[in-house]
Design a protein. Sequence first.
Length: 52
Amino acid sequence: MSARLLGWRPAEFWSATPGELVMALTDSGDSPFPAAPSQEAIARMMERDSDG
């Protein structure tokens, strides 16, 4: 399937991680991975957690 859809040769398939295969086969607008938080969101979380 990866050879047909992605044009990968066997060596490319076997050296890819499962995550790389998932990303290659997933639509960029339909990612199974959440977006990374922005720097502002990280700063707010750190500020909230340091008020303890």
